[in-house]
Design a binder for this molecule. Structure first.
Ligand code: SF4
Length: 124
C-alpha cells in the first residue's frame, strides 16, 4: 500500500540526517506537545496536520478529547506517557526519585491487591 506522505516523511528524515536545526527543533516541539497531551499543537506541528487530526478523530472526535491524557491506541488505563507523568507526580509527593517511586508503588499496589482478595481475572 502506498503511503501518500512518503516523500514528505523521506524529506524530513533526510533533513534530520543532515542535522537541519529546524527539523530537529520541530521534532522536539512535537515530542513535547505529545508528552504534554497538547493534541492541537501535535496536529499543527505534524508533517501533515489534516491527516494527523483525521487519524486521531477517527476514534476520538469529541472536542474534550483534544486535551485527553491518552489516545485510542493504548486507552486511558495503559497510556505510557500518562503513567510516566503520574509516576513523576507520585515520586514528587513521596519525596523520592522515580526508581524509588516504582518500588514504593509496587509495594502499595501489592498490598491493595491482597486486601481486595488477590483475585486474578482470567478470560473464559
Ligand atoms: S495512549 Fe499510547 S499511543 Fe496514545 S498517547 Fe498514550 S502512549 Fe501514546
Amino acid at each position: 500500500m502506498a503511503v501518500p506522505n512518503q516523500p514528505i516523511i523521506a524529506a524530513h528524515a533526510a533533513d534530520l540526517a543532515k542535522g537541519h536545526p529546524g527539523a530537529i527543533e520541530r521534532d522536539n516541539l512535537l515530542s513535547k506537545a505529545r508528552f504534554e497531551f497538547r493534541w492541537e499543537d501535535q496536529f499543527s506541528l505534524s508533517l501533515d496536520p489534516e491527516t494527523a487530526q483525521s487519524f486521531h478523530d477517527e476514534t476520538l472526535p469529541q472536542d474534550r478529547m483534544k486535551t485527553a491524557h491518552f489516545c485510542s491506541m493504548c486507552g486511558p488505563h495503559f497510556c505510557s506517557m500518562n503513567l510516566t507523568q503520574e509516576l513523576r507526580k507520585f515520586a514528587e509527593e513521596k519525596g523520592v526519585d522515580e526508581n524509588e517511586a516504582l518500588q514504593v508503588g509496587m509495594v502499595e499496589k501489592s498490598k491493595e491487591f491482597l486486601e481486595k482478595g488477590a483475585e486474578i481475572y482470567s478470560a473464559p
